[in-house]
Design a protein around this ligand. Structure first.
Ligand code: MG
Length: 257
């Protein structure tokens, strides 16, 4: 199993960020309340404003859920702008920026980078291995990079690819080819790390990448696609990745799965 590794590419949610169970309907209630200018906890909001915000939040959740389902079934990607438009929101709405800020505020506690990311990425660079990110996401590159910058790891990323800016989501093989090209390595010499067997193990193995599974996430059953995929290795914490890469580089004593 010793075969040189030139790059390790990482999933984001549940891998670089510790897994959180997130109240998905609430993200859109926060957004919709801001669109309708409803202060949280205010007793004096007209009933029609509350109803309009409720309806918008329900539409946004339904459109987003459909987009993720299409991703699982057809491997097509979606962007937050198209989700907002499909839910009937005018992109020029004068409160759209405030609503997006409120939405991002809702997500903030769930986006923190695992403290082991920096030492792992530094360790990979010390070994001459490049670091990439490939995420299934509706969010923009700019937003993801702001999160990495906030957590002081952006400087360690050699290339990052977000499904919102390509046509496909994982496990589509093209997503992995694009990510390998972005870091400038052949798939056979690249490794993928993620928390989902279908998207993050089966996906990269289709193009000849090796896959390290981080089995931490308590995934909702509605998001799990049954697949017969066996990871090339498991990491019980992110720091385990360095030892796995050392073994694959031929610096260890045994091949470990
Ligand atoms: Mg994930």
């Amino acid at each position: 199993m010793s075969r040189p590794v030139d790059a390790v590419i990482f999933d984001w949610g549940g891998t670089l960020t510790p897994w959180h169970t997130v109240d998905m309907p609430e993200q859109w209630r926060v957004y919709a309340r801001e669109i309708h200018g409803i202060p949280i906890g205010s007793p004096d909001v007209p009933a029609e404003d509350l109803a309009a915000a409720h309806d918008l939040a329900e539409r946004l959740l339904a459109v987003e859920s459909d987009a993720w389902a299409r991703g699982r079934q057809e491997h097509s990607s979606a962007r937050i702008e198209t989700i907002l438009a499909e839910a009937g929101l005018d992109p020029g709405h004068d409160r759209a920026h405030l609503a997006l800020a409120a939405y991002e505020g809702f997500w903030e506690p769930h986006t923190w980078t695992d403290p082991q990311v920096r030492p792992v990425w530094e360790g990979l660079h010390e070994r001459g291995v490049r670091v990439g990110v490939l995420s299934n996401t509706i969010w923009s590159r700019a937003y993801h990079r702001r999160i990495f910058e906030r957590d002081k790891v952006l400087d360690l990323i050699d290339a990052d690819v977000y499904s919102s800016e390509i046509g496909h989501v994982k496990p589509h093989p093209e997503a992995f080819r694009i990510a390998c090209a972005a870091v400038g390595v052949q798939p056979a010499r690249a490794v993928y790390v993620g928390d989902r067997l279908y998207e993050d193990v089966h996906g990269p193995q289709q193009v000849g990448m090796r896959a390290i599974w981080v089995p931490h996430s308590d995934l909702p059953s509605s998001q799990v696609v049954d697949v017969d995929a066996v990871p090339d290795a498991r990491a019980h914490e992110l720091l385990d990745i360095l030892g796995i890469i050392d073994r694959w580089q031929g610096h260890g004593t045994d091949d470990v799965v």
